[in-house]
Design a protein around this ligand. Structure first.
Ligand code: AGP
Length: 607
């Protein structure tokens, strides 16, 4: 989704802005632009397409100003053209960048047009520029004009404003979209996330909902939603710079697949002893909430939703407490019956997904406690939840989620153990589960080492237009995740089914043009799954099976990739890896943009 960067310094800022945009590329975008104040003139450059196009334009016409704002736009209102790219201006006086959606832009636009303002784009954002300009023209200070404008806006936004009569100053505000302030020495910054600014600072202020900030090189003044001046803590961001580089890998996605053994270790670190789960990891208030919870509601989107689906199997099986799960975009718009002692669990890599946040806000005060399973410290979801468990996967740059998913599963397994303890899980069983978790990094490494074999296998897919993924029990959500990965980055249409559903419809699709991929670990459902695979074979389908050692033999029309033997509880986590590798290699063969697939954004901060 759109990304914002702003800088006010005692040196030229265009390099800082462009590098910030480059670091925000992972969020997804289709045009980019920047505006810099030079003397008393705002110089603006915008380009459709990649930040590289904008950088080239800046090299051709270097901008030397000491304050500026920049933006990557993911088109919502109007096509991804240069004209619709941000910053948007009102005349030549002020420029504005915006992340989010202004829901009431149409009536505002009509009003502004009748006041004589000429619109030059199809965006919702342009109304903000004209609203601020109108108030300034009426004699208000920039600050008052900005505050007044914000009070008229409905929807979600993070905003940055630059005005020619207010040199060395940016105003910014957030409501519903993320925005951080980067704290420097004699220079300060704003950005959609800290990643954009790691080249200039590691100290950040995470703005709260409704906050408004005036940024100058030496001062940061913050007002809250009630316009009370407030102090917000400055936090040091701990990830090293190298975590945002590709290193030896061709794509971030592959780097992130390979990181999984290590980051899973980090997720487990300090949270399990030799035989026990260390429940304090969930925070000091968790014990009381876990003691009382007799129902779990999980809410998430996309890949995070798939992690939640696996957790439902674990929670009901291990803890024996009912667990409901729903995608956030549905949950937020319907009436709910919420059992009194519900633990409300949200799962999100970014912690900024608009639908997931809205679902959390909709149940405030109606649930026993909310718990966020999240990868981004300081994100909105973490700040607004009662409890949190960080997944510690480190920044995930590839739009297709990989390491965030497996670490979410690990966190959810720890949650399941914590709740199961209160519902009859014996010490011996807990020790068995925890010992399995200790083995997980090594098992993941063994799975990652299948990379070369899977690269070969991927050649059978590059020419296909469709694929079917099958699984049973907690491996069914893994099949769903495999299908999502293939769709996202290779643009091959893929569907997942619980294998038992085949004969209720999808079997009609099976022929030699429809590869069928099955995840088939050696568990109690294996014989059932084998019978389903025979149904495919009998219809001439081409099967690709990821199976435990020697439990399924290859034959004509059936290729088998042998997986390491894994404890049953870890099967969903380990069997995820070959599906990630498969979609990666198919995408590379097809020549798609693996890390930034078309039409998708990393952080979905609008509905
Ligand atoms: C995953 O590969 C996707 N790009 C997407 O489905 C993602 O998982 C979803 O948008 C939810 O994001 P979140 O985890 O940051 O909330």
């Amino acid at each position: 989704m759109c990304g914002i960067v702003g800088a006010v310094a005692q040196r030229p800022v265009s390099g800082i802005l462009l590098e910030g945009l480059r670091r925000l590329e992972y969020r997804g975008y289709d045009s980019a632009g920047l505006a810099v104040l030079e003397g008393d003139t705002i110089q603006r450059l915008r380009r459709a397409g990649k930040v590289a196009n904008l950088s080239q334009a800046e090299q051709d016409m270097p901008l030397k100003g000491f304050s500026g704002i920049a933006h990557t736009r993911w088109a919502t209102h109007g096509k991804p053209t240069e004209n619709n790219a941000h910053p948007h201006m009102s005349g030549s006086d002020l420029a504005i960048v915006h992340n989010g959606i202004i829901e009431n832009f149409e009536p505002l636009k009509q009003q502004l047009q009748s006041d004589g303002f000429i619109f030059t784009s199809d965006t919702d954002t342009e109304v903000i520029a004209h609203l601020v300009a109108r108030s300034v023209n009426q004699g208000k200070s920039l600050q008052d004009a900005f505050l007044e404008t914000v009070s008229h806006l409905e929807g979600a936004f993070a905003l940055g404003v630059l005005h020619k009569d207010y040199p060395n100053q940016i105003l910014a505000s957030r409501k519903g979209s993320p925005l951080v302030v980067g704290v420097g020495i004699g220079e300060n910054f704003i950005a959609s996330d800290q990643m954009a600014l790691l080249q200039v600072t590691d100290r950040f202020i995470y703005l709260e909902e409704g906050d408004f900030v005036q940024v100058t090189p030496d001062t940061l003044v913050i007002w809250d939603a009630e316009l009370k001046q407030v102090d917000r803590p400055v936090k040091t961001f701990e990830h090293s710079l190298s975590t945002v580089d590709k290193g030896e890998f061709r794509h971030f996605m592959m780097k992130e697949i390979y990181e999984q053994p290590e980051v899973v270790k980090a997720t487990l670190q300090g949270r399990i002893s030799e035989k026990h789960l260390l429940e304090q990891a969930f925070g000091s208030d968790a014990t009381a909430a876990f003691d009382q919870a007799d129902h779990v509601q999980i809410i998430a989107c996309g890949t995070s939703f798939h992690a939640g689906l696996v957790a439902k199997y674990w929670l009901e099986d291990m803890a024996g407490i009912p667990c409901a799960i729903e995608v956030a975009s549905e949950y937020r718009y319907r009436k709910h019956v919420i059992p009194a002692k519900t633990l409300f669990v949200t799962i999100s890599q970014s912690g900024e997904t608009a639908d997931t946040l809205a679902a959390l806000r909709a149940v405030k005060g109606k649930v026993l406690a909310s718990l966020a399973i999240c990868n981004v410290p300081g994100s909105s979801l973490v700040r607004e939840s009662d409890l949190c468990l960080m997944t510690n996967a480190g920044p995930e740059i590839g739009v297709a989620s990989t390491k965030a998913f497996t670490t979410q599963l690990v966190a959810l397994l720890m949650l399941s153990i914590a709740l199961a303890r209160r519902h009859g899980l014996t010490e011996a069983k807990e020790a068995e589960l925890v010992q399995a978790l200790h083995q997980l990094p090594v098992l993941l490494l063994a799975a990652v080492k299948l990379n070369k074999d899977i690269e070969v296998l991927s050649q059978d897919f590059a020419e296909k237009n469709h694929a079917l993924f099958l699984g049973r029990g907690p491996l069914y959500p893994i099949a769903m995740e495999g299908a999502l990965k293939l769709k996202e980055i290779s643009y091959i249409h893929a569907e997942a089914y619980p294998a038992g559903e085949l004969k209720h419809g999808p079997l009609a699709l099976v022929d030699k043009e429809m590869p069928v991929i099955a995840v088939a670990p050696n568990n109690a459902l294996l014989d059932k799954l084998k019978a389903n695979l025979q149904e495919v074979k009998a219809r001439g389908g081409e099967l690709f099976v990821f199976a435990g050692a020697d439990h399924i033999q290859p034959e004509e029309g059936l290729k088998v990739e042998q997986m390491p033997d894994v404890p049953e509880i870890l099967e969903p986590i380990v069997y995820t890896i070959p599906l990630q590798l498969l979609s990666y290699h198919v995408a590379v063969l097809k020549g798609t943009d693996v890390d930034q697939p078309r039409n998708l954004a990393k952080s979905v901060t609008v509905e």
